[in-house]
Ligand binder design. Sequence first.
Ligand SMILES: [Zn+2]
Length: 100
Amino acid sequence: MVSFDTMGEKKCPHCGEWSNWNQQFTDICENCGKTLGGRDLDYQEKRAVQEQENRENWIFYIKEHDNDFVKGMKKVGNFFYTVYISIITFIAWLIAVLPG
Ligand SMILES: [Zn+2]
């Protein structure tokens, strides 16, 4: 479990000393100069990388090197996908609100 310690102070995961901090995982330890986030910061960064990878693996993700045709197709694909999801959501909602 993530402990937020006392307000304004956090035990540094690197040197074990208490340091002032502003509740940000990227704050720097006053004693050793490393980030106070430690494992929490690692986790946040890993999650950000993971999310970026998921986005890039998405079939309609527009990449820098795609040519205009591919970009256009992906935009159209994305549009229809959004419409499709909206319809599915609507049907699911309809089923949910209709009396059994
Ligand atoms: Zn430290």
